[in-house]
Design a binder for this molecule. Sequence first.
Ligand SMILES: [Fe+2]
Length: 170
Amino acid sequence: MIENVAAIIQKMIAMSNGNLHDINHFMKVYAFSRMIGLREGLPEITQTILEAAAAIHDIACPLCREKYRNTNGNLQEQEGIPLAQNFLSDVKLTDEMKERIIYLVSHHHTYAGVDGMDYQILLEADFLVNADEGKMPLDAIKTARERLFKTKTGIGLLDSMYLGLYVNNL
Ligand SMILES: [Fe+2]
């Protein structure tokens, strides 16, 4: 039985078959998610949901690459549901928490209808990592700052990492 987020990460790394790109990606998204969640003062249960979802959010990537030869967001969201359900079957969390984690995995490319801080922060953390990994143009980063980012911590990270801005208002 898997008892905590550290063990979830360990299992996710073991399942990644040595794909260091995938492992590095979700470790970064996990780290930003955890950090933003802590700085935004999430309740403990929401923080755990966020961290677990960040660790497994791209669980469908290997299957999508194999089956469709691409990792299009919609395909990942659909394929992610059964994979996440299966992954969580031996994880010791409540059914409500598991349901929310699966919901986040199956919506992490959907920018409309964000219905909670866990969802919002996962989107921000994934964007912070993808902006670098995908060498995103400055315009796209500025647009995301206006339209996607909501948390003070996430905006501060985007500013200092990509926009050369450091505002000392911590
Ligand atoms: Fe991702």
